[in-house]
Design a protein around this ligand. Structure first.
Ligand code: PSV
Ligand code: MN
Ligand code: MN
Length: 399
């Protein structure tokens, strides 16, 4: 394998979410998965298994308070012993009674203050865990026309984000996620990338947009949003997943492999751009998975997700960029398209097996996982826990 390709592929990073390892489901049902992690310690054990087999997924995103612990130093140590690091910190301002009418955009100032206090607490968690990214998603919005004043809600969002932004240490980032739909049915306060982008621009340099693949309308060209935000220096990160209709938790690269490839292609183009800002931005993007598996075995699903990202990236690296440029310059529509398709259609599995051998990994991670007995072991040790709504239940099972 050529040295540049080896270097790029071994440097790839995908962060996995703590919440993807526990029991969670849809608003209709949470199925009890045998051996599903019951607390953050077990989630880290599962993440370590994914990292052990892939070598490119050392970061784990936390969701607070689901993953709250007394001693974050101890948590950091536990992670480090397993070859992991603590990734993005995700505050939760959507599950408490007070947030019925919103969190930072709530018409009641006391509720807004409570939400902001939680976000600021999460900044403290970042300091204790050495996390670089504060990843914000708000369920805020309204269900009926007239329920609240839309511009006032915008102002409240801006003011809340600004306060948190200004409290963040240098070298850290605020990632602002948008979502077209859910759970607000009439108007979601951060409804698209443009809304997130304008808040980021207004509040300061540390704020960047987070693109969650599942949060768009059907047919939206996400790679174009990626290209635009990269060029503006405001693409901060991804939540990878796939969606078919409205939900957003399917394994990335299952229903959307071409989309994932085109997104990685933009990132490869950006990382090789002659423009300084674009290049720096592309090189600092946080790649995260945001999936809560409902019917599939959780660790294997996460493993599959990471591998799908690896395949998409490998294909994107294979695009002949010189040939593409030439065809684009000549206005040769189909030749340009074929350059993309040649890379997309390449079977990169042998190449990735070679890479794993170079990285001292088993060349067949899924087979190795299945043969290794991890699932049987955790099922024995942890049993099958029922319960929980659409989101994980906050439980402490470790003494
Ligand atoms: C809800 O849509 C959501 O999936 C958002 O994407 C968040 O990033 C995630 O939950 C975790 O809070
Ligand atoms: Mn998300
Ligand atoms: Mn989502």
């Amino acid at each position: 394998m050529n040295a540049d390709l080896l270097q790029a592929l071994s440097a790839q990073r995908i962060e996995t979410p703590s919440w993807g390892y526990g029991n969670s489901g849809t608003r209709f049902k949470t199925f009890a998965a045998p051996g599903a992690a019951r607390d953050i310690w077990e989630k880290l054990d599962d993440a370590a298994e994914v990292q052990r087999l892939t070598g490119i997924a050392p970061g784990v995103a936390l969701h607070i308070p689901w993953d709250e612990v007394e001693d974050y130093g101890e948590l950091g140590k536990y992670a480090a012993q397993r070859g992991l690091t603590i990734g993005a910190i995700n505050p939760n301002v959507f599950q408490d009674e007070e947030y019925k009418l919103g969190s930072v955009t709530n018409p009641d100032e006391a509720v807004r203050e409570r939400a902001i206090a939680h976000l600021l607490d999460c900044v403290e968690v970042m300091k204790k865990t050495g996390s670089r990214d504060l990843s914000l998603w708000f369920a805020d919005g309204t269900n009926y026309a007239g329920q609240d004043d839309l511009r006032s809600r915008k102002h409240r969002m801006r003011a809340g984000l600004k306060r948190v932004h200004d409290a963040m240490p240098d070298g850290t980032r605020m990632l602002v996620e948008y979502k077209l739909f859910e759970p607000a049915f009439y108007a979601t306060d951060l409804f698209d990338w443009g809304a997130a982008y304008s808040h980021c621009l207004a509040i300061g340099e540390k704020a960047q947009v987070l693109v969650d693949l599942g949060h768009h309308a059907q047919g939206v060209n996400i790679e174009q949003i990626v290209a635009f935000l990269l060029d503006e220096g405001r693409l901060g990160g991804f939540h990878f997943n796939a969606r078919r209709y409205g939900d957003d938790d399917l394994i990335v690269g299952t229903s959307n492999p071409f989309e994932l490839f085109c997104i990685y292609a933009e990132l490869v183009f950006g990382a090789n751009s002659v423009d300084d800002l674009t290049r720096r931005t592309a090189q600092n993007v946080a790649y995260m998975i945001d999936q809560s598996h409902n019917i599939e075995p959780k660790v294997e699903a996460m493993l599959q997700s990471v591998l799908n990202c690896q395949e998409a990236y490998a294909k994107a690296l294979l695009i002949d960029r010189d040939l593409l440029k030439e065809a684009q310059g000549q206005g040769d529509v189909l030749a340009a398209h074929r350059v993309m398709m040649d890379a997309f259609k390449t079977d990169v599995r042998p190449l990735l097996m070679e890479l794993r051998v170079e990285m001292d990994l088993n060349p067949e991670p899924i087979q190795a996982y299945r043969a290794g007995g991890y699932q049987a072991k955790v099922t024995r040790d942890r049993g099958t826990q029922t319960g929980g709504g659409g989101y994980p239940v906050k439980e402490k099972v470790r003494s």
